[in-house]
Ligand binder design. Structure first.
Ligand code: KDG
Length: 362
């Protein structure tokens, strides 16, 4: 187990000055994480201009994470592809930080036809699509390649088809990522350290089950309310990927982090069926192509940034605990009952097919 706490508390001021200077030099838009850690460059937009029906279309795409997230970077690339390959006949307006609502509000807005696109986490949508719960099982995806195999393979394709209902059209996957625990009370190296800690979870029954089984006191809450709840100590901790901890500034209200990698969360790219049905087929295919390219690039950004950002969080004063394989095993063993609880509801075949994929990827 490794613990690092190198820096003094005056860091935010020095950092702000440094970022301002960097932003001045490179004229970068956002002043947050990207100033410190460069996002991989956008791939060139390839493919011919797609013929439409002569009409112009504008689509609003709303996400819950900030402008400094890998998700927003992916969305910027999506906008480039769609606008360039539609020769400007489709205009994409980007909204971040739940400006037009959180995940569930955005999904409802798609169904109502007041919003055209969004990319929620699968976790809050388990009540609508129970099969998504498989992604919330702890330690099911030992490495990102297994997630890619599942999402880009028959299982992922079938889930997109099954989720293309209830006023929604599901056209692609991207990555929220591997989740890490943070809290404001103490370093956590074993389940016993979670005793009495109030942990915020996504609005998802398996995540509640996970943290209850580990001995913590879980509270479901929308992501849009999380920073304030941490800042006001309504909850002691939360769990999200490193890039979200940084881009949402959780490290400014959380002193301790434990690298648990306990769940891999995907984003699913959704379109309002009302908007979709107005589009000519060529433009429907263009959105599918762009969603695929956005997903591939966004995963690349997320994975490229992950370790860099963990090191940055350490250098910014966060006490990061990196568990040994033996310590991870203690969490895994403690969570085995979660599999027993959810196997039948999710479907043993689906779980076993992913476990097989994981075993073959070893
Ligand atoms: O829109 C952001 C959400 O997708 C959110 O679910 C992110 O991982 C998340 C969380 O913890 O809520």
């Amino acid at each position: 187990m490794k613990t690092t706490t190198p820096h003094s508390r005056s860091f935010p001021l020095r950092r702000a000055v440094a970022s301002l200077m960097t932003a001045a030099v490179f004229g970068l838009g956002t002043l947050s994480a990207s100033a410190a850690t460069e996002m991989p460059p956008f791939p060139d937009v390839t493919g011919d201009v797609v013929q439409g029906d002569g009409n112009d279309y504008s689509l609003k795409f709303n996400i819950g994470l900030t402008q400094s997230s890998a998700q927003y970077r992916g969305l910027e690339y999506f906008k480039k592809i769609v606008e360039q390959r539609s020769d400007g006949h489709i205009q994409v307006q980007m909204f971040h930080s739940a400006q037009l609502g959180d995940d569930l509000q955005s999904v409802s807005a798609l169904q109502a036809g007041t919003l055209e696109m969004t990319s929620p986490s699968t976790s809050p949508m388990v009540s609508m699509f129970p099969q998504f719960a498989v992604f919330d099982l702890p330690f099911l995806f030992p490495k990102p390649e297994v997630a890619d195999q599942v999402l880009d393979g028959p299982i992922g394709q079938r889930m997109l088809e099954e989720a293309s209902t209830k006023g929604l059209v599901a056209i692609g996957w991207s990555e929220n990522g591997y989740r890490q625990l943070t809290n404001s009370k103490r370093a956590v190296t074993k389940p016993a350290d979670l005793e009495g800690l109030k942990i915020r979870t996504m609005q998802n029954p398996i995540h509640l089950d996970i943290w209850r089984t580990l001995g913590a006191n879980p509270t479901p809450m929308s992501f849009a309310e999380l920073f304030t709840a941490l800042e006001q100590h309504v909850v002691d901790g939360q769990e999200n990927p490193w890039i979200t901890i940084k881009s949402s500034k959780f490290n400014e209200v959380q002193q301790y982090a434990t690298e648990t990698n306990h769940v891999y969360t995907p984003f699913i790219t959704l379109v309002s069926e009302r908007f979709w049905n107005r589009l000519p087929e060529n433009y429907q295919q263009l959105l599918r192509d762009a969603a695929k390219k956005m997903g591939d690039y966004e995963r690349h950004v997320s994975r490229t940034m992950n370790d860099q950002i963990k090191e940055e969080l350490k250098s910014e004063g966060m006490e990061v605990t990196e568990l040994t394989p033996e310590q991870v095993k203690v969490f895994q063993d403690k969570l085995e009952p979660v599999y027993a609880d959810w196997r039948d509801k999710i479907g043993g075949d689906l779980i076993d097919s992913i476990r097989d994929a994981a075993a073959n990827a070893e």
